[in-house]
Design a protein around this ligand. Structure first.
Ligand code: DGL
Length: 251
């Protein structure tokens, strides 16, 4: 079987914000996207449950003939990246973590919020990341339960999302230099986030960096593909609606 797809996976539609960056940078590649919307959100589940769901999804993608697996989900990365690397030792496996490093570098002595799912913020990997930078700047972990569900329902740009952002980010207005979007669903809600925090706060999204890292790893392995580009979108929810919404988010 030809191993030429770049598989991109997420608990649902969030990974599309990463796929968007990948297609911008590597338009000639063949992509296979899987969103596990039937099981979203992952961020409020237990680590072992997220690990089981992530490994099951990766097995299915692997069977389609893939050269790389991009885990476009901070939560699944926190729960399962070592298991995925062990399960697929001869594939390129790329995970994501909140973009705290660039935030700390841009704002030494500043104040940086990290908005992510409860699971990501509670995991060991995040504590380690936090301790690497908490001498450099003040870091506020900001859980945002409910936001993933609104994006999944196609309401990223709705009055409900604005209300939720007002509740969650209201206490930080005028206090943050930067906000790290530590969940791939959140870039779809930037309009509401900006409306609350104002234009000065820098928003950091891990998608572009993940796309650059994927390109670097593929180039290093001599696995860059030279077109024509292709995109297959799959979702664990049945019916055309979720795929229609996926296409809309990719525009
Ligand atoms: N998009 C995911 C992330 O980057 C997880 C969202 C969820 O299912 O809770 O963390």
């Amino acid at each position: 079987m030809k191993q030429d797809y770049i598989a991109v996976m997420d608990s649902g539609l969030g990974g599309l914000s990463v796929l968007r960056e990948l297609r911008r940078l590597l338009p000639q590649e063949r992509y296979l996207y899987f969103g596990d919307s039937a099981n979203a959100p992952y961020g409020t589940k237990t680590v072992s449950e997220v690990r089981r769901l992530t490994l099951a999804a990766a097995e299915k993608l692997q069977a389609q003939g893939i050269k790389a697996l991009v885990v476009a989900c901070n939560t699944a990365t926190a729960a399962a990246i070592s298991d995925l690397r062990a399960a697929f030792p001869d594939r390129i496996v790329i995970g994501m973590e909140p973009a705290l490093k660039p935030a700390a570098e841009h704002f030494p002595k500043g104040r940086v919020g990290v908005m992510a799912t409860p699971l990501t913020l509670r995991e060991e990997k995040f504590s380690a990341l936090l301790h690497r930078f908490d001498d450099t700047c003040r870091i506020d972990p900001i859980p945002a339960p409910g936001l993933v569900e609104l994006v999944e329902q196609g309401k990223a740009d709705s009055p409900e999302t604005l209300d939720l952002m007002l509740q969650i980010l209201g206490p930080y207005v005028g206090k943050l230099d930067a906000l790290v979007l530590g969940c791939t669903h959140f870039p779809f809600a930037v309009r509401a986030i900006r409306a609350v925090l104002g234009p000065e706060v820098e928003l950091l999204d891990g998608g572009p960096g993940t796309a650059r890292e994927t390109k670097r790893r593929l180039a290093q392995a001599g696995l860059l593909y030279d077109g024509p580009g292709e995109l297959i979108l799959c979702n664990s929810l049945p019916g055309p609606e979720i795929l229609d919404l996926s296409r809309k988010l990719l525009e």
